[in-house]
Ligand binder design. Structure first.
Ligand code: GLN
Length: 207
């Protein structure tokens, strides 16, 4: 049976909750997964990875830890992803910031610009229902010092909307969400990631 290996970026932030969401999503979709925890650049080379999650947290801290000489995961990961434009990626909140604004002088990984902490401070965190054309239903959104995409997003790239605001953007198989899908019971986005990776693997194995 195919095993889908998901690289989970462990630099900082809400990374552990993604493990339970991924395991639940894998059970629901009946796909076997292995989670590879990524802390340093060499972790990308241990096994073939079929999908990536970049969690939320604090993008400034992630940039610091990810660029530190004992990790160097961040520059390696960004280049590794650029070489794999079809690889499924889920970037949430700070993860969405890193995808939209990699700050390494190279092209961004999502076609949208983003504004950090655009809703205000920690106290302005909130929950709200999201409409998501990607999952074709509503989704419970948890926003924690969330960023906002600027209005430069093309309509066809929008995968989630909250109160008229774009809160999810897609570029091929990469998705950037400004909320925390791992903090809700609904594992729809994690399922999407696993199923996309599995479909890509199956197509590769047939051809
Ligand atoms: N405000 C954070 C940042 O700038 C993101 C918040 C989050 O990931 N929950 O990185």
């Amino acid at each position: 049976m195919l095993v889908i290996r998901i690289g989970l970026v462990m630099l900082q932030g809400a990374r552990h909750v993604h493990i339970s969401s991924l395991n639940k999503a894998a059970r629901d979709s009946n796909i076997e997964i292995k989670i590879i925890q990524l802390r340093k650049s060499s972790d990308l080379l241990i096994e073939e990875i079929h999908a990536i999650i970049i969690p939320g947290g604090e993008s400034t801290t992630m940039r610091l830890t990810g660029n530190s000489s004992d990790s160097l995961l961040l520059p390696s990961l960004l280049d590794w992803l650029r070489k794999r434009p079809n690889l499924p990626v889920l970037g949430t909140c700070a993860g969405a910031i890193l995808l939209s604004d990699p700050q390494d002088g190279k092209e961004s990984l999502i076609d949208a610009t983003i504004n950090r902490n655009a809703y205000g401070r920690q106290i302005d965190s909130f929950q709200a229902e999201i409409q998501t054309p990607l999952l074709e239903r509503t989704f419970p959104g948890v926003f924690i010092r969330a960023p906002k995409f600027n209005s430069d997003v093309s309509a066809e790239d929008v995968v989630a909307v909250c109160d008229g605001e774009v809160v999810g953007v897609r570029k091929g198989n990469r998705i950037a969400l400004t909320f925390h899908p791992e903090l809700s019971e609904d594992v729809g986005f994690h399922r999407w990631l696993i199923e996309r990776a599995s479909t890509i693997m199956e197509v590769k194995n047939v051809s």
